[in-house]
Design a protein around this ligand. Sequence first.
Ligand code: 3H9
Length: 655
Amino acid sequence: MSALRFSDTISAALADGILVVTIDNAPVNALSADVRAGLMAALDHAEKDGAVKGVVLTGAGSTFIGGADIKEFGKLPVEPLLPDVISRIEAFSKPIAAAINGAALGGGLEVALACHRRHAAPSAKLGLPEVKLGIVPGAGGTQRLPRLIGIAAAIDVVASGRMVPASEALKLGIIDGVSGGALLADVIADIKVANAPSLRRTGHLSVRSETADAVDRAAADASRKARGQRAPSEAVRLIRLAATASLAEGLAEERRTFIELRDSEEAAALRHVFFAERAAGKVEGLEAVAPRKIETIGIVGTGLMGSGIAVSALNGGFRVIGVEQSAEAAEKGRDRIVGLLDKAVQSGRLDAAGREERVGRLTVTADMQQLTQAGIVIEAVFDDLIVKTELFQRLDTIVPAETILATNTSYLDPDAIAAATKLPERVVGLHFFSPAHIMRLLEVVNCKETAPDVLATALALAKRLGKLPIVSGVTEGFIGNSIFSAYRREGEYMLEDGASPQEIDAALEAYGFAMGPFAVFDMAGLEIAWARRKRQAATRDPSERYVVIADRLCEAGRFGQKAGRGWYAYPDGKKTVDPEVTAVIEAARAEKGILPKKFTAEEIVARLLKAMVDEGDTLLSRGIAARASDIDLVMINGYGFPSSKGGPMFAAGRR
Ligand code: 3H9
């Protein structure tokens, strides 16, 4: 066996007539300029060397190829371009196969699709996730995939951007086999028997005929899920084109669309979100700190929040001990948790065996002593300082010193809770968002005394729960609710100044929010915020502008959708503008002598965005948030800010 090197990232070895070319470009073998040049050089060599009978492409480490190098987007393109490398692979005169050892995504799958044979390891995941970056596949994905698996199936895979497990990829026909044992040996054996005239070049296949109905259904489904984003509908258009256009025409149109979308604002925003997610949860100085090993999670309180956290923990593979105040409450809590698992089975997200296995890891009890087995105890009890501090003081006497104590408070001061315990360094905040088993966002609150390894453990735990952890310092409402309060306050100022709830909601919905703030308040219910305002009334700065409209609505029993009326009326469940609300708003303006002015949708968005950004800047300057991109992720994942705009901090920088 002789070792060859074609660039910094491409090496090869010839064994028994097969040149195994390895892409080694950590961390994910992205198709950088060096990889593309190295691949071209390897193909030149393989073409000329008579000893080479066939070629196998594979990736070093646990990834095959993670796609085009996203960091190169926005820079001048460097030749050879990926579509040229891929055309060269497909046209290669000798058999060429992909040994897909791990994720084959985007350009990575496009490389594999151009190979003459494709085998994958059982753990490999394949996909064309480009739409998640606001673009379409740009190196043949929309033209070659439908030639292999049909138009409807290709629409499903490309427009969703989902990861397809190897077993499904085999069923769909994306790959020729899943290797049970040694992938490379299997692929080499397979390619050795392939002879040049019988090679199957994906681009030469014709698209099989399908009923228009199946294609229309897949397209309609994709457009429903696209929620106004451009890339999925463009992907559908290009895939449909594969049925009628030649490969060359299809590739040219794909490339044109790819470039147009790549240079769009939406794609720039989604790229920002991609890198923001990778940066989130990284804390300077914490890289070398080893997290503690956690296998069992204790949860005190199994109401709405606690039961969601329990399901999230069960899904993450942990043992869960839920604690309630009485045997009866424990029984109810258990029913709530199992009920959530049953819902997941009904909706097809979980199978019956998975449910059984999870239930086997669940205990709900009234016996707090059982928490001695937990590595971390998360409290999800009533959000009251006395209730929470008393609970933590009790836990202090029960659980061992190395058990971490986490509070799920959303508004209380976790430093005050920690200060009331014997070991404040073991206290951390874990602010889950409701429903906790669905929402990805998790604010990890780094309290004044939190020990570094406690923070590192909380972050590792969040990852295992499949959450997106954002570290927040201690301030009322942490990052998310601080910004939300500023946004809410500005919305109410605008009401007084002349805008209506429906104008504000419509402006934000047109901007990309699924729902405007007043529709959200109605859905969540107005009474909790009202109770908070009443508690704060005595300490409020009298010189600060205060809008009474929300209080007046609550005084009139308008608590939102559940009450049948709030910022809107809901006759027969349908949201309708209510003249009574208009009258309350007009009266409030008149009391302050405010002459209402007209707002355009643009002005409304600009004012609300500015309020969010001003608050965001304050959080950054106080060190509550570590980076502006963390604030963007909180607002996107917890408060409905459109990801296609990149979050408030990013959007403000683009205006
Ligand atoms: C494309 O292919 C377009 C083509 O159709 C046409 C072109 C002409 N580029 O996620 P992780 C970095 S578009 C550059 O934590 P994991 C990432 O920033 C692309 N960098 O790892 C992070 O860096 P850092 C289509 C990339 O093990 C590090 O790798 N492909 C890229 O949890 C680790 O990332 C995609 O959209 C990239 N393509 O998951 C796939 N990918 O350490 C995007 C990752 O400095 N990638 N990085 O923070 C993924 O989904 C995941 O990274 C993957 C690994 C599943 C591969």
